[in-house]
Design a protein around this ligand. Structure first.
Ligand code: KG4
Ligand code: ZN
Length: 343
């Protein structure tokens, strides 16, 4: 049995994880979110510097928590993209150093495939085929998945503008809520009425791309509402109504994709999958439709090292050829499969 070290530095979280045969042995996570809060978004240079100081301590902490030694590691997997270029560089450079020092194979992997792979840790092997909804800060996609380690990923639809998480972050800023916006909105929404304001459900019309998304119009809808307000803004109602609009769109499209693909399993992953209203809404719709919903535990939905280790573990067990020391950062990598092949 191999032990895989996973390293994640694509945005503002420095993650390290250790996975063996589908089991999480230990992980550790540092975040520079507080350092970005006053800018209202991630500052790449600040994130990269934070990774430099946090990375080795996080690997050490993960190794300690796993109760192993560094020399027990049999392979290293690292996010090679997509993400902030300078941030990803830090993780990749460190991963190359660990792989070289330990004389073990290196896999440069796709961050979004990691989001999907992490579900294996709590819920066991993925089915032979399923539909995946990836909802993160940078991406919103509906995918047809087969063997995540070996097979190409098929895109059924993607967002044409903002990602779902990006919409949460931008609307939070409009409402004067803290960064990152997703948790802030879901918190504010607890006291609000989701039916208070009828925000648009973009791209749900009969002539729209059936599996495509667009969230920038929804964000504009919220901005118009805020601008038009004459008195104080009912932040809780706006947050709850916005959140409900996002949930409605994601549920409608994800179930439509499952029906079209004849898939009996829906995998929902990425930072926005941590949203409780979305988890509840999707579960309700899937139960009614006889679809099995798989969602990772909340703590593993947002960026972490365990997800990259989980993906590396799938690659090792599938005997996939490592990308090796030629692995290079691809900041805008499109999700076509688990690996980011060196150019
Ligand atoms: O997957 P992730 O950690 O990083 C990317 O790969 O982008 O996703 C981060 C995004 C952010 O936009 C954040 O606001 C959103 O996920 N998010 C949430 C929640 N927690 C994080 N959105 C809605 N509700 C949440 N509870
Ligand atoms: Zn992510």
């Amino acid at each position: 049995m191999s032990v895989v070290l996973g390293i994640e530095t694509s945005c503002d979280e420095t993650g390290a994880g250790l996975v063996s045969d589908g089991v999480l042995l230990g992980d550790a996570l540092a975040s520079s979110a507080d350092e970005h809060a006053r800018f209202g978004g991630v500052v790449p240079e600040v994130a990269a510097r934070a990774h430099v100081s946090a990375l080795v301590p996080m690997v050490r902490q993960a190794v300690d928590r796993a109760g192993i030694r560094l020399k027990d590691i049999d392979a290293v997997a690292v996010t090679a993209g997509p993400g902030l270029s300078t941030a990803v560089q830090v993780g990749l450079a460190a991963a190359k150093a660990y792989a070289t020092a330990l004389d073990v194979p290196l896999y440069g992997v796709h961050h979004l495939a990691g989001h999907a792979a992490v579900d294996v840790l709590d819920h066991g092997p993925l089915p032979e085929r399923c539909v995946a909804l990836i909802v993160s800060g940078g991406h919103t996609s509906l995918l047809a998945l087969r063997d995540l380690a070996r097979d190409p990923v098929v895109h059924l639809g993607d967002t044409v503008d903002d990602a779902a998480g990006e919409a949460f972050d931008k609307v939070a800023r409009l409402l004067g809520l803290a960064y990152p916006g997703g948790p802030a909105i879901s918190q504010a929404a607890l006291d609000g009425d989701p039916a208070a304001i009828a925000f648009p459900r973009p791209m749900t019309g009969p002539r729209d791309a059936p599996f495509g998304f667009s969230f920038s119009g929804l964000k504009t809808g919220v901005a118009r509402h805020v601008e038009a307000a004459t008195g104080p803004i009912a932040v809780a109602d706006v947050a709850a109504s916005f959140q409900q609009a996002v949930v409605d769109v994601l549920v409608t499209k994800a179930l439509r994709a499952c029906r079209a693909e004849g898939a009996d399993t829906l995998l929902m992953v990425g930072g926005v999958a941590a949203n409780r209203a979305l988890r509840a809404g999707m579960q309700e719709a899937c139960t009614a439709a006889g679809i099995t919903l798989r969602v990772p535990p909340i703590r593993l939905c947002t960026d972490n090292g365990a997800m990259i280790a989980a993906l590396g573990d799938l690659l090792v067990r599938a005997d996939v050829k490592p990308t090796g020391l030629a692995s290079a950062v691809e900041p805008g990598a499109v999700l076509t499969g688990a690996l980011i092949p060196p150019r």
